[in-house]
Design a protein around this ligand. Structure first.
Ligand code: MG
Length: 459
C-alpha cells in the first residue's frame, strides 16, 4: 500500500512540475510566480475590452439609385457598437435576405464577435451544401460586419488588419461606352483629362444589341433576318461583335496612341473559338486586359488561349467556388482575378484569394460596378490598399443621394479611390434615409439577348 501511495504522489508531483514548467515556458508565470510576459500582454490587450457577443443581425434592403442593395448590420453586446457588411446580389436580393433572416442570423447570435475565422468556417458548412452565390452573399454580409466591428473596437482601419497600406490610394479604371467610335474616343479623352490612365471601352455593334452600351437597339433590318416564329427580342451575334471590336481597337490606338491603358469586357458572350480569334487579333493594340473571354463553364479553354496570345487576360466576376479559379491561377493561365467579393463569401475569403494569387503573380481586379454596394466598395478598397499584388480597381461613381445614405463612402479623385482612414470599414448607413428608398422591384433580370434564330445568349 505504501509503495502504491508513493507512486501516486510521484505522479502528482510530476504533473504539477510539468504544469509549472509549461506555464513558465509559455510566459504565463513570471520567475517569482507572478504574471509572466504573455499573461501581462494579454491582460494589457484586453484592458477595457471585454469580449463582445453578436446580439442581433439586421438586413437592410434599399435602392437609393440604380441597383437593389442588401446591407447587413451586426449588433453587439456593447451598446451602440455595430458593423456593416455587403450581401448584395442584385438579381436575387430577397433570396439572400431570407438566407440571412432565417438561417445565418440565428446561427450568428451568441458568437464572439472576434472569432471571425471560426464563424466564417462554421457558417460555411452549416448548410452542408456550400459555395452557392446566395449563401456566399449572406455570409459576406455577416463577415464584413465582423471586420468592421474589429476595426472600430481597435480604433484601426480594416486595411491595418490585412498588413497595412502598401499604396497611398487605389488606381481606378473608368468606363467609356458609345454607339459610335468618335464618341467613344471623346469619352476616353475626357477621362484622361481628369487624370485617369485606365479606361474600359465598349462599342455598340451597328444594328445589334450588345453588352455594355446603353441604348444599342436591334435594327429593323436585323429583325428581318430572323426566322418565322421567333419570339421578339434584342439580337446579339458573335461574328459582327468580334469584327467590330477589332476595328474599335484599331481606331482607338490610331487616334489615342498607346499611353492610355485600354480594357475590354467580352462578358462571356462568344463561342470559345471566336474568343481566341479576338484575343489574338487585338494583340497589336496592347490591352491592359481582356475580360471574361469565356463563360465560367468554359474556363478549361484558358490553357489554349494562354499558349496562343500575349493579350493579358482577366476573369472571374461570376466565380463563387475556389475550384473555378484555382487551376487558372496555379497554372498562370490568367493575369487578373475579377471575383465579385460578396459572391465568393466576403472579405475573409477574398483576402485568401489575393494571397494565393500573389504567389503566382496574378493581380487583383475585384468586380466593382453599381451592383456592389458602397459597403462592398469599401471592402474592395481596404484589400486594394493592403495587397501587394493589386492590379486595378473597377470604378463606380456614387451619386450624391447614395453618399447621403452611406456617409463615409470611399472618396474618388482624379482616377484614385481614397480611404478616410477611419476605424473599421470607415463607412456608415443612414437607416432612416435608406428606408425612404425601398426596392422598385424584387430584383433585376439578366439574359434578354438572343441569337438571330432565338437561342438565348449568356448575359
Ligand atoms: Mg465584367
Amino acid at each position: 500500500m505504501r509503495e502504491e501511495s508513493g507512486r501516486k504522489e510521484e505522479r502528482v508531483h510530476r504533473r504539477t512540475a510539468f504544469k509549472a514548467f509549461g506555464a513558465a515556458g509559455f510566459g504565463l508565470l513570471g520567475a517569482a510566480g507572478g504574471p509572466g510576459p504573455l499573461a501581462a500582454a494579454q491582460q494589457a490587450a484586453s484592458r477595457g475590452l471585454p469580449r463582445l457577443k453578436i446580439t442581433d443581425v439586421k438586413v437592410i434592403l434599399t435602392q437609393p439609385a440604380g441597383d437593389q442593395l442588401v446591407i447587413v448590420k451586426v449588433l453587439t453586446s456593447e451598446p451602440g457598437l455595430y458593423g456593416l457588411g455587403c450581401a448584395t446580389h442584385r438579381e436575387r436580393p430577397l433570396a439572400v435576405a431570407t438566407a440571412i433572416e432565417q438561417y445565418l442570423k440565428p446561427f450568428a447570435i451568441g458568437h464572439y464577435c472576434d472569432e471571425i475565422e471560426d464563424i466564417w468556417q462554421s457558417a460555411y458548412v452549416s448548410s452542408y451544401f456550400r459555395s452557392g452565390v446566395t449563401l456566399n452573399n449572406a455570409l459576406s454580409g455577416i463577415d464584413g460586419a465582423l471586420w468592421d466591428i474589429l476595426g472600430k473596437r481597435a480604433g484601426l482601419p480594416v486595411y491595418a488588419f490585412l498588413g497595412g497600406k502598401v499604396r497611398a490610394a487605389v488606381p481606378l479604371y473608368a468606363h467609356a461606352s458609345a454607339k459610335e467610335a468618335p464618341a467613344l474616343e471623346d469619352q476616353i479623352r475626357d477621362w484622361m483629362s481628369q487624370g485617369y490612365r485606365h479606361v474600359r471601352v465598349q462599342l455598340a455593334v451597328p444594328g445589334y444589341s450588345g453588352y455594355g452600351v446603353a441604348g444599342a437597339d436591334t435594327s429593323a433590318q436585323v429583325q428581318r433576318m430572323r426566322p418565322a416564329g421567333v419570339a421578339s427580342s434584342p439580337v446579339f451575334e458573335p461574328t459582327p461583335y468580334v469584327n467590330n471590336t477589332i476595328k474599335m481597337f484599331e481606331y482607338l490606338r490610331a487616334k489615342l496612341g498607346f499611353e492610355v491603358e485600354l480594357l475590354h469586357d467580352v462578358h462571356e458572350r462568344v463561342p470559345p473559338a471566336q474568343a481566341l480569334v479576338l484575343a489574338k487579333a487585338v494583340e497589336p493594340y496592347r490591352l491592359f486586359f481582356l475580360e471574361d473571354p469565356f463563360a465560367p463553364e468554359d474556363v478549361a479553354w484558358f490553357q489554349t488561349m494562354r499558349q496562343q496570345t500575349t493579350t493579358p487576360l482577366a476573369m472571374g466576376e461570376l466565380f463563387v467556388n475556389r475550384h473555378e479559379w484555382l487551376p487558372l491561377v496555379t497554372n498562370r493561365w490568367i493575369d487578373f482575378i475579377r471575383i465579385h467579393i460578396s459572391a465568393a463569401g466576403g472579405l475573409n475569403m477574398a483576402r485568401k484569394v489575393a494571397s494565393c494569387c500573389e504567389f503566382f503573380n496574378v493581380r487583383t481586379a475585384w468586380h466593382g460596378p453599381g451592383n456592389v454596394s458602397p459597403v462592398g466598395h469599401a471592402v474592395n478598397m481596404h484589400l486594394d490598399l493592403a495587397c501587394y499584388n493589386f492590379g486595378i480597381q473597377e470604378q463606380n461613381l456614387f451619386s450624391s443621394i447614395v453618399r447621403e445614405v452611406f456617409p463615409g463612402a470611399p472618396e474618388i479623385k482624379a482616377g484614385y479611390m481614397y480611404s478616410n482612414d477611419r476605424p473599421g470599414l470607415g463607412i456608415d448607413l443612414d437607416e432612416k434615409l435608406a428606408a425612404r428608398f425601398p426596392y422598385k422591384s424584387p430584383g433585376g433580370s439578366r439574359g434578354n439577348d438572343r441569337r438571330l434564330d432565338g437561342t438565348i445568349v449568356r448575359p
